[in-house]
Write a protein that binds this ligand. Structure first.
Ligand code: HEC
Length: 388
């Protein structure tokens, strides 16, 4: 009797907790969308209004800080989503927003604007982790979008979870023969961003195939890109033949882990060099599968493994604005399961990535604070030395 009562009490508490956190999270997101809608036209304009910029950058900084703190304390968690990546991304998001606000406040307008332009990376980074979460076909956004470039418009849509509208913009860019010829890297980025949505969020192998075929038909695409895209095409053909599986929400944790490991192995086997881009499709799928595990898991070992897989996937995907965020997943892996062989593997990847990032023609120069952090991470990863 008493047990039943306690159970009922616990249940009603957890239901209440859910009911409170869900609208709260959505409310914050709606506010973010409103701020972004005010900011973007100013960012796109050559003659921005410093007052509008400062006011909205301040609001963004406060909101993002609130989200970071709320997630840390555990009273602001997206509904049904335990993924520590939300913590990782919200911390970076808050840091960047604050830097941007301070720059604008100190009248370094151009620097502040350039930082603000990278902010959508975090909105997109969180929203396109996997297929879960709402899609807003008609988000009520009062935006002067005509000032934005097509890529900025596409990003605005994706930032506010209007994936279908975003994809329409990206598809136009992918079919743009002139863009492929004159700005092949920008063209390639648009293609990759579209694929990230199609593969991770929509999980639609047919749409992935038609998109790739459209890209391959363009005459201006450079050969090196074409070669990578042909590899992606093969991966999609294989994906299409996979038997339909249960939706991720119906899978048990061990089924999710199994699927993550299967995809990760496929990705590793497809890749020929550590940082070539032939296994893009496999790594997009692997990263989504890792986020699916992280969304539900409370087991430190399972979480650390998924953090490692997410880190290696992001490192291979090497999305420009996202680089070197993958290092944060390695750090989270070390913190999740310190003093284990897995933590050491995560540390080794972290160290290599840091060395790589700070190596130029003049050799390797690692800034003091980065070196300090590496030392801290190493001490946490390796087994504590036995007292003599
Ligand atoms: C740290 C991760 C994270 C960041 C950063 C983030 N979001 Fe979100 N956002 C989410 C999650 C998770 C959801 C889905 C919640 C849910 O399932 O309803 C969401 C949902 C939304 C929604 C839908 C809200 C609703 O009413 O259901 C909008 C709009 C949105 N985000 C806008 C933004 C914008 C704009 C930015 C950037 C300026 C942003 N978000 C940054 C994680 C993030």
């Amino acid at each position: 009797m008493k047990k039943q009562f306690l159970l009922a009490l616990a249940f009603s508490f957890s239901l209440n907790g859910f009911a409170q956190t869900a609208p709260k999270w959505q409310e914050k997101m709606q506010e973010l969308a409103a701020v972004l809608a005010n900011l973007l036209p100013e960012l796109a304009s050559e003659k921005s209004d410093p007052k509008i910029l400062e006011k909205n950058a301040k609001k963004l900084s406060e909101l993002s800080h609130g989200i970071e703190m709320g997630r840390k304390k555990g009273n602001l968690i997206p509904p049904g989503d335990l993924d520590p990546s939300v913590m990782i991304l919200s911390r970076k998001f808050a840091e960047t927003s604050k830097q941007a606000y301070l720059a604008i406040h100190q009248e370094q307008l151009e620097y502040g604007k350039s930082l603000l332009k990278t902010v959508t990376t975090y909105c997109v980074g969180c929203h396109t982790r996997h297929e879960n979460g709402p899609d807003f076909p008609f988000f009520p956004l009062d935006v002067r979008t005509e000032k934005l470039t097509p890529t900025e418009r596409a990003n605005l849509y994706v930032s506010t979870r209007q994936f279908d509208k975003g994809l329409i913009e990206f598809q136009k860019l992918i079919s743009d023969e002139n863009l492929a010829k004159t700005q092949p890297f920008a063209w390639g980025r648009n293609l990759r961003q579209a694929l990230a949505i199609i593969v991770r969020v929509k999980q639609d192998s047919l749409l992935a195939e038609t998109t790739i075929e459209k890209a391959l038909k363009l005459s201006g695409v450079p050969d090196f890109e074409k070669e990578a895209i042909l590899h992606w095409k093969k991966a999609i053909e294989k994906w299409k033949k996979e038997p339909a599986s249960a939706s991720t929400n119906d899978k048990t944790q061990s089924q999710l882990v199994k699927e993550m490991n299967r995809l990760n192995l496929e990705a590793q086997q497809a890749q020929s060099g550590p940082l070539d881009h032939v296994a893009e499709i496999q790594y997009l799928r692997t990263s989504a599968a890792a986020h699916d595990v992280l969304r539900v898991s409370k087991n430190p070992k399972v979480k650390a493994e998924a953090l490692f897989v997410a880190g290696t996937s992001y490192e291979s995907l090497a999305t420009p604005n996202f680089w070197p965020l993958h290092e944060l997943w390695y750090e989270a892996c070390i913190r999740e399961l310190p003093h284990t062989s897995l933590a050491v593997r995560c540390y080794n990847r972290l160290e290599e990535s840091v060395y790589f990032g700070f190596t130029g023609s003049a050799g390797t120069h690692i800034p003091g604070d980065v070196e300090e952090n590496l030392k801290k991470m190493k001490a946490l990863a390796v087994a504590p030395s036995k007292p003599r």
